[in-house]
Design a protein around this ligand. Structure first.
Ligand code: FAD
Length: 444
């Protein structure tokens, strides 16, 4: 288990159980904890470790032991396979380089079959398409044509035979582990508004105040999802989806039940949850240098190069961006939302990254800074969606050329005046000011 950290609705675990049943053997779950992961701090590690801690008794109730490994997975996982005499290793799927490196490295070292199951996408990435897709419009029909086959209910995971290998997991001292990750990552503290774990994820999806449970929220999605003054019009599910506490397929199946009443909202949500999210996985899987300008289309590289020498009205350093010290109160508010709350509103993320392009010395620097900040502070960061979001904003991937202008060239432009036309900028800035004050006072 790596990217999909849950017991229910998990195709990788279901596949492992089905294979074990064929062989008449028990199942164990292994999770390898690394101490450094793409700039993750206490915010992200705390969320993850707390989620794993909540998961352990759920596994135990099904007779599935959890081996919590620490260190280099290329060493620990093959060793565990050997020690337990496992006949098969199953992993979930990850499109990012480090996840690919781990999986390929482990595959090369073990002598038993190794199955990779995409438990993170409704249509498995390699089934949806066998190549890099150009844009949403090219992947959408491919995904939609396969939804009748893949957008289905999950089977129940049944209790497994008692664990019978001579090797049993060491007891985990969760308090000590948590203390360790919180101390190491203390520069970016945890947030309180988002409780980890698969039960909390289901509550956020369909509990009384959840996105689908509260019909008022779902009803607002269509009209208000691009209005950062109405944050709960969004589902707020991205942290759960990122850590795999919630299956996107579960979210999609539940959302689809509401189609008769909230057609436009449900369709809009499924477009983001399935098409846009799976397009991001498609891109990162098929484009290993996904976070580099070299991965942009020719027209985008060309236009950014043509405008490399354009005079910038403002140029900020990484530190100024990080501290929210630009001349633009809207940008600074979005940055504060991310730094303190750990989840910037989706609409603001586009504006935020595009302004980093406008106010950086070069597009390379802009991309580097935006990814670094995104990964450091967003609870849902270090995700294919994040690399695509930054590359879309700065390098035009999955987008088209627009009217040419300074610095941006033909990359789509966004500005303060446009935001003012779309939503109440003052209200958003005031909302974030109050939010940050509440967080600092320990009230949110
Ligand atoms: P909802 O609108 O409720 O969407 C539901 C789910 O659909 C999301 O959780 C997400 O999984 C998916 N989704 C929504 N919008 C997109 C999109 N544009 N592309 C791909 N999938 C989408 N998303 C992340 O999960 N992690 C990131 O680190 C991240 N960084 C981003 C950086 C930039 C610069 C940009 C422009 C976008 C980024 N996004 C990222 C995409 C998007 O902004 C977030 O997924 C969304 O705001 C999460 O909030 P939500 O779950 O409430 O959204």
């Amino acid at each position: 288990m790596s990217r999909d950290q849950r017991v229910r609705d998990n195709w990788a675990l279901l596949h492992a159980a089905a294979e074990a049943s064929k062989r008449g053997v028990p199942v164990a779950v292994a999770f390898n904890l690394v101490t450094e992961y793409l700039h993750a701090g206490a915010r992200q590690f705390g969320f993850m470790v707390r989620g794993l801690r909540l998961m352990q008794p759920k596994l135990q109730a099904l007779n599935i032991p959890l081996f919590l490994l620490k260190g280099d997975p290329l060493e620990t996982v093959p060793q565990l396979v050997k020690d337990t005499g496992a006949s098969l290793l199953v992993t979930d799927f990850a499109p990012l380089r480090l996840g690919r490196h781990w999986r390929e490295g482990v595959a090369a070292k073990i002598k038993v079959p190794f199955h990779e199951v995409d438990a993170h996408n409704v249509v498995p990435v390699w089934v949806a398409s066998d190549k890099r897709e150009y844009a949403a419009r090219t992947i959408r029909p491919k995904i939609h044509s396969k939804l009748p086959e893949f957008l289905t209910e999950f089977p129940q995971l049944e209790p497994q035979p008692e664990w019978s290998s001579g090797v049993t997991p060491e007891a985990v001292d969760w308090d000590a582990l948590l203390a360790e990750v919180l101390e190491r990552g203390k520069e970016v503290p945890e947030v309180r508004w988002c409780a980890p774990g698969e039960d909390a994820a289901m509550e956020a999806l369909s509990g009384p105040k959840g996105f689908l449970g509260s019909k008022a929220r779902l009803a607002r999605y269509e009209e208000k999802r691009n209005d950062p003054t109405v944050p709960d019009a969004l589902s707020g599910l991205s942290p759960y989806l990122h850590f795999g506490h919630l299956s996107p397929q579960r979210a999609a199946v539940e959302a689809a039940r509401n189609k008769a009443v909230h057609k436009a909202s449900v369709e809009g949500f499924l477009e983001e949850l399935i098409v846009r999210r799976e397009l991001a996985d498609n891109y990162c899987f098929y484009v290993p240098n996904y976070d580099s300008l070299d991965a942009a289309y020719d027209w985008a590289r060309q236009t950014l190069n043509d405008h490399r020498g354009d005079k910038r009205e403002h140029v900020y350093t990484r530190e100024q961006f990080e501290k929210g010290q630009t001349h633009d109160k809207l940008w600074n508010a979005a940055q504060a939302e991310m730094v303190h709350f750990g989840k910037m509103h989706g609409f603001m993320r586009m504006y935020w990254a595009k302004k980093i392009l406008e106010w950086s010395a070069s597009p390379e620097e802009a991309l580097e800074i935006s990814i670094w900040l995104n990964d450091k502070y967003e609870l849902d960061g270090r995700d294919a969606n994040g690399y695509v979001g930054c590359m879309w904003s700065i390098a035009g991937i999955h987008d088209q050329g627009w009217a040419e202008r300074p610095v941006f060239g033909k990359i789509r432009f966004m500005n303060f005046a446009g935001c003012k036309r779309k939503f109440d900028v003052e209200k958003y800035v005031a909302r974030i000011g109050a939010l940050v004050r509440d967080i600092k006072a320990g009230q949110k």
